[in-house]
Design a protein around this ligand. Structure first.
Ligand code: URA
Length: 229
């Protein structure tokens, strides 16, 4: 694949911009400056540098972000900056989108991809991808609340009860909840339905993928589909 095409596919701008990056000597492969836009490389796993920053070719982007509080998942945020502002420009240019949404005040693991079919697959209720939330509550968490969360609670917009695949107490006022759907404000509404109130909400897992301890709030990293299980 031509280097100009590789840069274009990875979100470095239109063809003219990519040709400009090459012409200015800003692109290196294996430490060597590549200026010829027609030079061919095998893109699979290709490591290159643009303006001193290291990149690896990914045919499709899949990344995890440690979402901090105070960011909206919407592309057109209304009250807070968008989570997309935490990503480098090439990833935004490639059109990565969050896989589902977390509320503005929710923290933790958010996946993003530019693969629309994958977003559909991972968010479809049919696929039952388990997501784990660590919930801080206003009132003490008791066994009756946990039992009701597991048995299923009715939310106001749907007569069909929604149940937690798992609900465990993790402290006096905290619990861990595993959900396989992703309804609007689902954790907050389920916890409210059993008479408690969410004060803090953090997603620690998406499928088999756990938020890595070394990924600080606001940081992102590449991941693989196989990591989700
Ligand atoms: N459930 C919620 O209520 N909020 C989130 O951000 C995610 C799940």
């Amino acid at each position: 694949m031509r280097i100009a095409q590789i840069l274009f596919s990875q979100g470095f701008g239109n063809r003219r911009v990519c040709a400009g990056l090459l012409q200015l000597g800003l692109v290196r492969v294996g430490g060597r400056v590549v200026e010829d836009p027609h030079e061919d490389f095998d893109p699979v796993g290709l490591e290159f540098e643009v303006d001193g920053r290291a990149w690896t070719y990914h045919a499709q982007a899949l990344l995890m972000l440690h979402k901090p509080a105070g960011y909206e998942c919407s592309q057109k945020p209304r009250h807070h900056p968008s989570i997309l502002s935490l990503l480098p420009v090439p990833l935004r240019t490639r059109g990565v989108q969050p896989v589902g949404r977390l509320d503005e005040d929710t923290t933790g693991l958010l996946l993003l991809t530019d693969d629309g079919a994958l977003i559909h697959r991972l968010t479809s209720p049919k696929h039952h991808v388990p997501k784990v939330y660590e919930v801080g509550c206003k009132h003490p968490v008791d066994d009756a609340q946990l039992a009701r969360l597991r048995a299923g609670v009715v939310l106001e917009d749907d007569p069909k009860p929604v149940r937690a695949a798992a609900a465990e107490r993790t402290g006096e006022n905290s619990l861990s909840l595993t959900l396989t759907e992703g309804k609007y404000h689902q954790v907050k509404r389920m916890v409210a339905a059993v008479g408690n109130r969410v004060e803090t909400l953090h997603r620690s897992r998406f499928g088999q993928l756990a938020l890595p301890a070394e990924l600080a709030p606001g940081e992102w990293a590449w991941t693989e589909l196989s990591a989700l299980g």
